[in-house]
Ligand binder design. Structure first.
Ligand code: N2P
Length: 355
């Protein structure tokens, strides 16, 4: 009996020590701050680094932050499993696919203080019609950034990307959906086509263009265009805005044949270990002062009207950032391709391996 009492008080002491060491059972605002963490997977160059720092400071949540260059790269890593991300920021069509494949969780937007600030045109969107899975982060278009010192003519058509006089001065996006998509638009087709014939035509066009292409690039395009290394580049609009702010010779065009309009939204991964932290991150990114810091740093467009209204007149009138509706009349969102996806993969592989 006595032995047992000693044993019990020993256990109690051990338990007490354990509690003291871990900060009394994990209270949010106690000494346990360093313990909370969040694993985020985002596009490269898609956040103001100061915003990450201030989030960590204000919430005590340690962020493990990784980046990807395209939706397809992100998908492969998530699908392979074991990456452990809590939160990612894919585009529309990829979100549809992730919902379909049960890779992401529902988000209770009623628990997000700042969700009400999201603009109406970003709610009830086709890839998440009931606003159940995603909270918009940025939006934009695909277009041509060009150097007005090297391109003297008007840029209003994708056809300029096939003009031999710009041989080896053209940067293409190393992103299958984007590069095939704009080629389909140039040919007068939908960028969601499932037609083998139309896709074969687009593939032929891209192969024909390859000798004129200086490089297939993603985030590196910004430095290259700022440095004047190419005459033009197919870019995402916010990158164009970023480039234009650093090099006044650069302009942005949305070709008349139409383009892709996209929304990148925050999603929570299925089975995320740090769901509460992910919710805090989403709400923080949607907070007006933070959203503003972000867009002013990265150049992309905010889905929060109140934030847009606070930006400089120059940015608000920039067609790279906030294009007028008439320029978007031929624009399409990408859809989840489902069974047609292999057809696009085949086209892109052929283009990339061609000599
Ligand atoms: C930023 C990537 C922009 C995302 N580097 C395009 N949807």
């Amino acid at each position: 009996m006595k032995k047992r009492a000693v044993f019990c008080s020993l256990i109690a002491m051990l338990l007490l020590t354990a509690l003291l060491v871990t900060g009394c059972g994990g209270s949010k605002d106690g000494g346990d701050k360093g313990k909370r963490q969040l694993k985020v997977y985002n596009w490269g160059d898609y956040i103001d680094p100061d915003v990450l720092t201030s989030f960590e400071k204000e919430t005590g949540i340690h962020v493990i932050y990784d980046t990807f260059a395209t939706n397809e790269d992100m998908y492969v890593k998530i699908k392979a499993g074991g990456s452990d991300y809590d939160l990612a920021i894919p585009s529309d069509y990829m979100i549809s696919r992730m919902i379909r494949e049960k890779l992401i969780e529902k988000i209770d937007t009623a628990r997000l203080k700042n969700y009400k600030l999201v603009g109406d045109r970003f709610r009830g969107v086709s890839f998440d019609p009931m606003d159940e899975y995603s909270v918009p982060f940025m939006w934009g278009t695909v277009g041509i950034a060009y150097n007005t010192k090297m391109v003297k003519e008007q840029v209003d058509s994708w056809s300029i990307l096939w003009d031999k006089k710009y041989a080896k001065q053209i940067f293409m996006l190393d992103s299958p959906r984007d590069s095939i998509g704009i080629t389909l638009k140039y040919l007068g087709y939908s960028l969601n086509t499932g037609s083998e014939k139309e896709l074969a035509e687009a593939g032929k066009k891209l192969l024909e263009q390859k000798p004129l292409v200086l490089a297939y690039v993603v985030d590196e395009v910004k430095d290259k265009m700022i440095a004047g290394e190419g005459a033009m580049a197919v870019v995402w609009s916010g990158d164009a805005q970023f480039i234009m702010e650093k090099n006044k010779d650069i302009a942005y065009a949305i070709p008349k044949e139409g383009t892709n309009i996209w929304i990148d939204s925050m999603v929570i991964m299925k089975g995320a270990k740090n769901k509460a932290e992910a919710m805090e991150f989403i709400d923080y990114m949607t907070r007006p002062d933070i959203a503003r810091k972000n867009v002013e740093y990265i150049g992309y467009a905010t889905p929060i009207p109140e934030v847009q209204g606070k930006l400089s007149k120059e940015v608000q009138e920039s067609l790279a950032a906030y294009p007028p509706a008439e320029l978007l009349k031929n624009a399409e969102f990408f859809n989840d391709l489902t069974d047609n996806l292999p057809k696009y993969d085949k086209v892109w592989t052929e283009v990339k391996i061609a000599q």
